[in-house]
Design a protein around this ligand. Structure first.
Ligand code: GRF
Length: 208
């Protein structure tokens, strides 16, 4: 069974959904480690409650990004981690890190990439006047939310939507979509070559 780590910085509702999906047999992979750059992240409490090992670091303790990334890599190797799931992790990983886990790092983003990358995707989408948005799961590269797209789910924007109401609906989508993608990835049913991603469903290949 594949082993993975989840990287978090904050609330961890996606982490919770992932833990639940493992419990229900909807993700057939082992969550071996939760990594956080924020000691007070609520996500760490969720991980502790589920009995999952945690590695927490404070970026301020290191001169450069590669220094703490080297420590993370050491932890990942010790736990035999095969792939990484970013779930609200608010740091950009260096090319040093990304190249070591090339096409082995997934992220979820609350907008239809390549539109509205960055930390304020929902607010930026609403301000744009767009009438639809969604959720994107993608591979992570050295850029900001710029890696190959795996799957997207669309959500209409309502005229009375606020950042809060829209975020709530997008979270519901995320909590269903991310575990499904993680399970497919763990079963090697998501293939990537350059920016072309293929998802194998029941023996068929779906190219997006
Ligand atoms: C999610 O909206 C995700 O799309 C984005 O960060 C948020 C994390 O939320 N990358 P949570 O910590 O999982 O509740």
């Amino acid at each position: 069974m594949e082993r993975f780590a989840v990287f978090v910085s904050g609330n961890g509702s996606n982490l919770e959904a992932i833990i639940e999906a493992i419990g229900n047999g909807k993700i057939e992979a082992k969550l071996s480690l939760v990594v956080s750059d924020n000691a007070s992240a609520y996500a760490l409490k969720r991980a502790a409650k589920a009995g999952i090992e945690r590695f927490c670091f404070d970026p301020k303790d290191y001169c450069k990004r590669e220094d703490y990334e080297a420590l993370i890599i050491k932890e990942l190797k010790e736990k035999g981690v095969d792939f990484i799931v970013l779930a609200g992790f608010m740091r950009i990983l260096s090319s040093y890190f990304v190249n070591r886990y090339k096409n082995k790092i997934l992220n979820i983003h609350p907008a239809l990439l390549p539109s509205f990358p960055g930390a304020h995707a929902v607010r930026d989408t609403l301000r744009s006047g767009a009438d639809q948005t969604g959720v994107t799961v993608h591979f992570v590269n050295e850029g900001v939310d710029s890696g190959p797209i795996i799957v997207q789910d669309i959500e209409p924007i309502r005229v009375d939507d606020t950042e809060e109401t829209l975020t709530e609906r997008l979270h519901k989508i995320e909590h269903k979509l991310y575990p499904e993608v993680i399970d497919l990835f763990a079963k090697e049913k998501i293939l990537v070559e350059d920016r072309a991603v293929k998802i194998i469903i029941k023996g068929e290949q779906d190219e997006n």
